[in-house]
Write a protein that binds this ligand. Structure first.
Ligand code: DOR
Length: 425
């Protein structure tokens, strides 16, 4: 099948230029002005919309196998396509946990049957994500983007050292959910700050995050392992990662749209505002933005973590941790960061596509003649209201519901196929 995508503003080699794109049998066959094809090509006129390399999310929860009542690989990847994503990395807090090849195969089979976009799973670091012994890392390595126990920190320093030594020998990164449980109060609901005090809620101490990152960076120094920090939320973590990079360690990190655009002053007593780590203080948010601008923060991940409605309807105190993000991340970030003049669109593309492709060896990250087409087309002038009832994800909880934003995704082409098309006009 041939597709001719006309009148685009194409991101190519870190700049935008006006061009048409011809996709032939899944490959970007030509890029230039005034392209035309005869025969069976489907022609779309995008009237100046932006064609970006497909977005890549290094941190999502697709919930299958094990928790299909929260999300499925089908619904989660359709949601990804709807948001402009062409590849995602799936976290291993599943049932079974992908800690052996046999367990991973259960997940890989569903992916090959149902996924609308590329899904690269993470293998777990420890068996059952239990923190007691290592997973079968060597057997998993050829099939995974890296190793993570996301949802829980690895509490044992000795085990984390062995995990890093093993990951290093296998050439895979450790992707750390950093959380020192000894520094956490049971029953925390929000950041340990002004909102927690004013509303009598138990707070989550930021030290629980950064102390474990500090410990891990010492282990990275010892082992030389490639290390990626998940959902950075504190100013101290930003400082630690900045220094580690300066030192030359192989360290990268991600933060989420909610940590960049909200503070605990924005909290509402609604499960939509509850996630782990929690939305923190203004000083933390500002440090993350600074880190994003100076290159300390490498990429933005949504931590798309869908739950069933009942699991998110207990307000801040009694809802489960996790919000969805795939279907609103780009418009929120484009509106706040790019239109808000904090960073450039080129940098946003780096954060949301190029950097994760590079770090995790995923397809995409560029629109290049001769390569398979992985791209997303956005109308950057289209203003709309985020309406979670229109999401394709089974999860609906997002703090961005009702926000007025710019940047509507008109089409997503993943691995050469059209996986999302807005047929609004
Ligand atoms: O909010 C979160 N939800 N944070 C995590 O670390 C895990 C995730 C989930 O799996 O629901």
């Amino acid at each position: 099948m041939n597709y001719l995508l006309k009148n685009l503003n194409v991101f190519h080699q870190n700049a935008f230029r006006k061009a048409d794109i011809l996709i032939s049998d899944g490959i970007v066959a030509a890029m230039g002005s005034g392209l035309f094809v005869g025969g069976d090509a489907a022609v779309f006129d995008f009237k100046g919309a932006a064609a970006l390399p497909g977005l890549i999310d290094p941190h999502v929860h697709l919930r299958e196998p094990g928790f299909a009542y929260k999300e499925t690989i089908r619904a989660g990847t359709l949601a990804a396509a709807h948001g402009g994503y062409t590849a995602v990395c799936a976290m291993p807090n599943l049932k079974p946990v992908p800690d052996t090849l046999e367990h991973l195969n259960v997940q890989l089979n569903i992916i090959s049957r149902d996924a609308a976009v590329t899904v690269a799973p993470y293998g777990s670091i420890t068996r059952g994500e239990g923190g007691g012994e290592l997973s079968d890392m060597a057997a998993l390595a050829p099939y995974v983007a890296g190793f993570s126990d996301d949802g829980r920190g690895v509490q044992s320093e000795a085990l984390m050292r062995r995990a890093m030594e093993t990951a290093k020998s296998l050439g895979k990164p450790i992707v750390a959910h950093a959380e020192d449980e000894s520094l956490l109060q049971k029953g925390w609901a929000v950041h340990d700050g002004a909102y927690a005090r004013a509303h009598g809620l138990t707070g989550n101490d930021p030290e629980s995050e950064w102390r474990q990152v500090e410990r891990d960076l010492e282990l990275v120094r010892e082992t030389g392992c490639a290390y990626h920090v998940c959902h950075v939320s504190t100013k101290e973590t930003v400082g630690l990662v900045r220094l580690a990079k300066f030192e030359g360690l192989d360290v990268t990190c991600e933060t989420g749209p909610h940590y960049l655009t909200l503070t605990d002053e924005d909290l509402q007593d609604d499960g939509r505002f509850r996630m782990n780590p929690p939305i923190r203080s203004e000083a933390d948010r500002d440090a993350l933005i600074e880190g994003l601008c100076d290159g300390t923060v490498d990429m933005i991940a949504t931590d798309h973590a869908p739950h069933a409605k009942e699991e998110k309807s207990g307000g801040l105190a009694r809802s489960l941790n996790g919000i969805v993000g795939l279907e609103c991340a780009f418009p929120v970030l484009y509106t706040k960061l790019v239109r808000g003049r904090i960073t450039s669109l080129e940098r946003l593309v780096e954060l949301m596509s190029i950097a994760p492709a590079r770090r995790f060896g995923l397809p995409g990250g560029r629109i290049q003649p001769g390569e398979r087409a992985n791209l997303a087309i956005f109308d950057l002038e289209h203003e709309f209201t985020i309406d979670s009832s229109k999401f394709l994800s089974l999860g609906r909880s997002t703090p961005f519901d009702g926000w007025r934003v710019y940047g509507r995704c008109l089409m997503t082409v993943a691995d050469g196929s059209i996986v999302w098309r807005d047929d609004h006009d």
